[in-house]
Design a protein around this ligand. Sequence first.
Ligand code: FAD
Length: 475
Amino acid sequence: MSQADVERDLATIRDGLPPRDGKRHRVIVVGAGMAGLVAANELVRAGHDPVILEARQRVGGRVFTMREPFAPGLYAEAGAMRIPRAHKLTLACIEKVGLSVKPFTMHNPNAWCHLFGRKMRLSEFEARPELLGAELAEHDRGLTSGARWQSLLQPFAQRIEQEGDAAWPAIVSQYDGYSTREFLEERGWSEPAIELFGLVCNQEALMNSCFLELLREEVGNYYTDMVRIDGGADQLPNAYLPFLRDRIRFGARMTAIDQSDHDVTVHFQTAAGRSVATGDYAIVTVPYPVLRHVEVLKPFSHAKRRAIRQLRYDASAKIFFQCRRRFWEDDDGIVGGGSVTDLPIRNVYYPEAGKATGRGVLLASYTWAEDAQRWGSLSPDDRIEQAIEDVAQLHPQILEEFEVGTSWMWHDDPYAGGAFALFEPSQQGLLHEHIVAPEGRIHFAGEHASLAHAWIQGAIESGLRAAREIHAKPV
Ligand code: FAD
């Protein structure tokens, strides 16, 4: 997204869409996640008449703060948990609705690194990665994986700084076909160095995704300076409720969509039976794995059908433990940040919320792709039992302090169908424009219909775009 586009979108969040003459449009918005809420909000402010069909009994979609089964004052972020300060649109929405943010600690040198059967503090490992026993060649030693990776990205960052957005088309055409693994291999990284990078930088499960996904995040500073919404991320979507409440129909699952030259009809299912909603236009924000199971009565173009079929989604699993005591802070001096392991739990995060209760909710495991799929194959009780065993290798105190656990598998969620869109090599060039393009009177939004995949920013950006597209329609 160019700087000019960001400025335009910030102006929309602040002042609304520009005034226009012409008919007000009735718009069926499918999905009350951030994309649908933002789109509907701007349409109402501009004088249009949107209604929102939402399959769940809540707004927010993948912004989902679990407040159960936890004790009062405690919660866990099953979906979005951190926001880069570089995400200006997300921060503008947070500010607009009057929420406050607190720093989100990404890196904590006191956290644990548990790899190849050895456990040490991240600071120790970063000083001497060979201590872990990774079979690093002489020339791979002395530089952490993170530092080596940063030095590889430096030329990209410089190029973008010098040429601005104009640098991207050439970068995309050169690297769209690369996975991260292929990129590292081409740059001469040895297999042990790639393995260590994958483990320590939490990229192992994503190594075959398009390199551009990671590049965009890295040069965009997505992981450097982050914040969290104080009191829970769900407050952001919930803040749209008072304004949109009467326009939202909960428990309404789109089953089919149709259009003619002058209107769009969405067929939906509620607990009471089948119904239809008709409007001048529709904005469909449901993730593509879900849309794949929706009947499209007037078939979409071949390019759109191929995009819906082929777009790759990542899997993601989170497992949470409520603990009687914040032993990671009290005993180990770990306040915020995360530990890395090669155990099935992979990454443990130490959320800073809930301190006033004396208790804490540990993100006992945060996994993606293959790692997440495997947790999904276990029963909910077995997930907790297995994760306790793993966490005990880092924090034996868990055996005494565990109170209750829960888990969320986004790839098993019927209204998500995956965690987020994540291009395979070549998918940006092959699919992106067709993911975003409208089909007649049906427009598309959602994180997948942006290039900020897997971020609230992408949902907001796409919701604003879809609202703008419809606002520009004369009839
Ligand atoms: P959704 O939120 O999925 O909204 C789509 C809506 O459509 C949902 O409410 C759904 O219930 C509804 N729906 C689905 N099917 C139907 C149907 N048939 N009929 C009617 N309604 C339907 N972003 C960040 O910025 N920071 C983070 O730290 C972060 N971490 C994440 C961690 C995880 C594990 C996940 C899964 C996501 C994370 N994200 C993060 C990404 C962010 O949560 C999403 O990009 C964003 O919330 C997506 O919004 P959306 O509106 O595009 O989609």
